[in-house]
Design a protein around this ligand. Sequence first.
Ligand code: PMP
Length: 394
Amino acid sequence: MLGRLQPTAPDKILKLMAMFRDDPRINKVDLGVGVYRSAEGTTPVLRAVAEAEAQILRDQTTKSYTALAGDPAFHQALGDLVLGDTADWSRIAAIATPGGTGAFRQAIELVRRTKSDGQVWVPDPSWPNHAAILSETGTPWRSYRYVDRNTGMLDRDGMLTDLQGAKRGDVVLLHGCCHNPTGVDLDLKDWDQIAAICEQTGAMPLIDIAYQGFGRGLEQDAQGVRLIASRLPEALIGASCSKNFGLYRERVGLLLALTDGQTQQAVTQGAMEWLNRLSYAFPPDHGARVVTKVLSSPQLCDNWLTELEEMRSRIERLRRQFAHALTEATGRDRYGYIERGKGMFCLLPATPDHVAALRESHGVYVIDDGRLNVAGLSEDTIPQVAAAIRSCGI
Ligand code: PMP
């Protein structure tokens, strides 16, 4: 039976991680894997998280099951963080999920349960798992133009023209902030125009927000989601706490469905709980409980906000220093988009051959498509990486 399985293509990022691990050079630089790194090169447990965990360990009296949807206090705490004062809980259905990946997967399963014959519009490029999950589940999808690879900037006209082709029953996938892999975010006017297109065409937005607080700031990063929530009758929102709480391995995510009223809310809630039931019954609880504790305790929340701001401003500083170093090293003025970009990622204008040369000749590891994790840089490695990029002719 199992002999019928075809080999699965290795995950590119995991493969790159293994190559990095096995590389004996001491001056190698890992800019591949998408996790935040401190100046010391580590991905530490946040202090507020460690404190919340200590309190939970001290006070928790049971490990019995929660509920199919997870803990309602978690929905409320994280939902309010994302939606701010646009959170109208009378219309929101919510389930906890294993990470943002789980939220996206359940969002797609929910769309499939509607039996809509539409398609999902995916930005080009996007986080590769979006297309992988859509294809694996047999969900029709197509790309819309997002970034101009020559300038590294938003292809605004291309995006809006493509999305005008959306129809009722279609879903428009948007990155809430800190677009992965480009770092190119929409401004409020872009969100406004996309909301208008969804209003006119009847397409439903699905917003994946995996880096709230890593771009412009906690509130600013959510402004697009909130604009959509205040304008449209329906939307899906998948949120992740992997990055902003540093809870990667605990698998903390939330799927919110904004429905057209209370009756639909109840039906949607039931459908989403059933999807959890079918997949893993109860979603992971520990990380969700940590997030709830941090957000509901003023002291822990203050500490977390300080740590989040430390991470955000470090990324912003690295982006600026890296862009300047590249401009200086190459004598070209094409790298300004890196400074203007948001979040951990930027896309180098690199071919797979360039990427191989960076890795083989210089020990600089980036993803095949040229995606680079800025948070993997440090003040010390920026000149080395900029020189490697110049010497590879990127
Ligand atoms: N969406 C996007 C856009 C991402 O970049 C990621 C993480 N790489 C995720 C979702 C999934 O994150 P998680 O680890 O929470 O599943």
